[in-house]
Design a protein around this ligand. Structure first.
Ligand SMILES: Nc1ncnc2c1ncn2[C@@H]1O[C@H](COP(=O)(O)OP(=O)(O)OP(=O)(O)O)[C@@H](O)[C@H]1O
Ligand SMILES: [Mg+2]
Length: 218
């Protein structure tokens, strides 16, 4: 069970908008969707909430641990133990197979990849990714689903997903949206950035970003 509490969060790049979020509480069990136009700061906010970048000001507290106060290695350790991240551009290794990619988090966590091979293969089957020698031979949508399977390998309490249905057709997109909602319903904290009406419709909470200004709905 993971609970998030954000206070006075503020981050700006030289050219982009300022991401500013005064206060936000997220309890487990809900799917939260970040919406907003391209460049509004959705990816930046996911990076801030997951500790991939450290905010210029404010606190990002997961179960009492403030990621904003931790150095990079400790933030990486927190993510390895607690979170799965589906990157907008997947970050897969094209020369490795889908399964080898999916098993990467087990390697980084110094868990035996072999012990997780069954679960990795099952996740790939569940998301309909064909068994290929190299990820380079997969379609973009198949890569997107490989990235999701990788994020879920270690059954993380927190799932961050950056536009996880953007490369999928309507049916596959609905499948992924429902899978994310089911993960939240099981008690995880799921935070996704998306433009996809099917995914937005399943959200228990929506945060809308506009030039870094964030409005929280329900
Ligand atoms: N590392 C960086 N250095 C400088 N500027 C950045 C960096 N990352 C993002 N930006 C800027 O911050 C702004 C927000 O970018 P971000 O990627 O968070 O937007 P987004 O809402 O995810 O957009 P999209 O829908 O296109 O993915 C953009 O103007 C972008 O150019
Ligand atoms: Mg983005």
């Amino acid at each position: 069970m993971a609970r998030l509490s954000v206070r006075g969060l503020r981050h700006a790049f030289a050219a982009g908008p300022v991401v500013a979020l005064e206060a936000l509480e997220l309890e487990p069990g809900r799917l939260t969707v970040l919406t907003g136009p391209s460049g509004s700061g959705k990816t930046t906010l996911l990076y801030l909430l997951s500790g991939l970048i450290r905010p210029q000001a404010g606190a990002v507290v997961w179960d009492g641990v403030d990621l904003a106060r931790l150095p990079e290695r400790a933030r990486d350790r927190w993510r390895r133990g607690n979170a799965g991240f589906v990157f907008q551009d997947f970050h897969l290794l094209p020369e490795l197979s889908p399964l080898q990619n999916v098993l990467m988090p087990a390697r980084f966590a110094a868990f035996s990849a072999r012990r997780h091979a069954g679960r990795g293969a099952e996740l790939l089957r569940r998301f309909g990714v064909p068994d290929r020698r190299r990820v380079a031979l997969l379609s973009r949508g198949e890569r997107q689903r490989t990235a999701l399977a990788r994020a879920l390998l270690l059954d993380p309490a927190v799932v961050f997903a950056d536009e996880p249905t953007a490369s999928l057709d309507a049916a596959a997109g609905r499948g992924v949206a429902e899978a994310l909602q089911a993960l939240a319903a099981e008690g995880r904290c799921v935070i996704a950035a998306s433009h996809d009406p099917d995914l937005i419709a399943l959200a228990g909470r929506r945060l809308h970003l506009e030039h870094g200004r964030i409005e929280v709905f329900a």
